[in-house]
Design a protein around this ligand. Structure first.
Ligand code: ADP
Length: 506
């Protein structure tokens, strides 16, 4: 128990005290101290406090009412509540002991918290009776926060998967975390104080000089991919981010390096590159094969078609035989269309689908297309509604192919209906052509995907087809600055529309 401060006074009372100290009133001694200070009488009633204490507590205690401490609430450093009657000042008065560096947390009326070190000290009269005590409160909140922040940062650095290293501007290693040990193989004591060049392959020494120069200029080096040398001599691929470290005055005193091992990342990047290249080659070979195969299939088919047509003309056929010949020709036409589609896809892929642009009457296209498709269908009637007589620059064969595809689909995907309708209208400088069916319709979520290549909706798998028609149509329309748009309702039918500008000049 320290009993070194002996001050004579008139004895404890609940009233404000005027304690003399070396002939001065405490108000003038302590009032303006920048550090919180207060006194209590022997019973614990606060008898004096200065302005710094009021600011620290966030409240003004009532003299003669408040006891032991002026703060609203007190806690132990672990956050549990501290009863007022056993706070350090109360204990000091009970036991007559001096306490030093006791840490408590106080809560202010605005519910903010301060970390405080308290130094309660008893005051005795000449007969060694306790007549009161004084207490000095040191606010250490900032240090505590700084400490907490420091230990949080230290934890982040320790637990980081990235190697985090600091070095001076001369390249001398000053700190080294666990991941740096794992990544480079050196224990901290083997490398701290040594040159960072231990990690740099000789052929990359210049690189370190350049990095240090950038850092000295205050620049950051981000995600720099390079090679580094492990202790065992193995080269690893890393991505580096290097930032300047400044002291309080803002002077650059070193650099922090964050290194990530990207060996695996680079290996998989290279693998992906290799596979992509292989896939591209395979894809190209497939397209070439498709082109070649379609071409080879087409030649004998064209001959077969011609022979059947000749046969039909040469022979005096009965109506039944004529019907059989017609069916044979229909089948050949379908096969021809499929082969042509495959050929077109490979040409589109190779950017070699030829276009022969000329001025055309769009009505002719619709008429011819309706005739061709009608020839192949005995179940549906194609009804031509309004048509706009429009002259435009386009490829007649290709645009006819677009209309053919839409009409064929309209028939194919409406097995329970008996008609499809086609119309064209002029809107401003555009022509809109629509093909409407009363068929199975298309669920909304598939509409967008339909113009992708080879996309077929699951519920249409029972219908024959390759799924390339709409892709070809979209490509052809693109070449005419046009586009396809679809309206559809499941089980009600679909309307496939396309819009193309009525251009008459190239
Ligand atoms: P294909 O008809 O040979 O499968 P398309 O490219 O012409 O190929 O059409 C792609 C897909 O779009 C079809 O498989 C079908 O799922 C859907 N589709 C096209 N037209 C219609 C239509 N009129 N009604 C319903 N679904 C359609």
């Amino acid at each position: 128990m320290e009993k070194d401060a002996k001050i004579s006074q008139d004895g404890p009372s609940h009233k404000p005290q005027t304690v003399e100290f070396a002939g001065l009133q405490p108000i003038s001694l302590f009032s303006h101290l920048p550090i919180a200070f207060y006194t209590c009488d022997a019973e614990g009633y606060i008898t004096f406090f200065n302005q710094a204490a009021v600011e620290l507590w966030g409240r003004t205690p009532e003299i003669g009412v408040d006891m032991w401490c002026g703060s609203m609430k007190k806690y132990y450093p672990d956050g549990t509540s501290m009863p007022l009657e056993i706070c350090p000042m109360a204990m000091c008065l009970h036991l007559g002991e001096t306490y030093k560096d006791v840490e408590i947390i106080i809560e202010r009326p605005d519910h903010s918290f301060r970390n405080v070190l308290v130094y309660p000290q008893p005051v005795f009269d000449v007969n060694n009776n306790i007549i009161g005590a004084n207490n000095t409160l040191v606010d250490i909140t900032k240090q505590k926060n700084d400490e907490a922040m420091q230990s949080m940062l230290a934890n982040i650095i320790t637990s980081s998967d990235d190697a985090i290293v600091s070095k001076t501007l001369q390249g001398i290693v000053t700190s080294w975390n666990e991941s740096a040990t794992k990544m480079f193989g050196y224990e901290p004591e083997e490398i701290i104080g040594k040159s960072i060049k231990l990690l740099i392959p000789k052929n990359r020494y210049n690189e370190e000089d350049e990095i240090l120069a950038s850092i000295s200029r205050g620049e950051q080096v981000r995600h720099y991919e390079t090679d580094r040398l492990r202790k065992d001599g193995k080269i690893i691929k890393i991505s580096l981010t290097i930032s300047p470290i400044k002291n309080r005055e803002g002077v650059i005193i070193g650099a922090s390096k964050i290194a990530r091992d990207i060996s695996e990342q680079i290996a998989s990047r290279n693998k992906i590159k290799k596979y992509t290249k292989e896939l591209e080659i395979l894809n190209q070979q497939k397209d070439e094969f498709m082109g070649l195969a379609s071409h080879e299939l087409k030649t004998p088919l064209t001959s077969a078609k011609a022979y059947i047509q000749l046969l039909g003309k040469a022979l005096d056929v009965s109506p039944r035989e004529e019907d059989l010949l017609k069916r044979a020709l229909q089948s050949i036409s379908r096969l021809e269309n499929l082969i042509n589609d495959l050929l077109d896809v490979s040409k589109i892929k190779a950017g070699k689908l030829p276009y022969n642009m000329e001025l055309i009457h769009f009505n002719d296209i619709i008429r011819r297309s309706v005739r061709n498709v009608q020839f192949l269908s005995s179940t549906h009637q194609i009804i031509v509604k309004d048509t706009a007589d429009v002259l435009l620059l386009g490829d007649q064969v290709r645009l006819e192919q677009v209309v053919n595809n839409l009409l064929t689909n309209a028939i194919k995907y409406s097995p329970d209906a008996d008609k499809v309708e086609v119309k064209s209208v002029k809107e401003g400088n555009n022509l809109i052509v629509s093909v409407k069916d009363y068929g199975i319709g298309i669920p909304a979520e598939f509409l967008e995907r339909l113009i992708e290549r080879y996309y077929r909706i699951d519920n249409t798998m029972r219908f024959p087809g390759l799924g390339v028609g709409l892709f070809i149509a979209t490509e052809i329309l693109k070449r005419h600055q046009g586009k396809l748009f679809i309206e559809s309702e499941v089980n009600q039918g679909s309307t496939f529309n396309f819009i193309i500008p009525i251009n008459t000049k190239a």
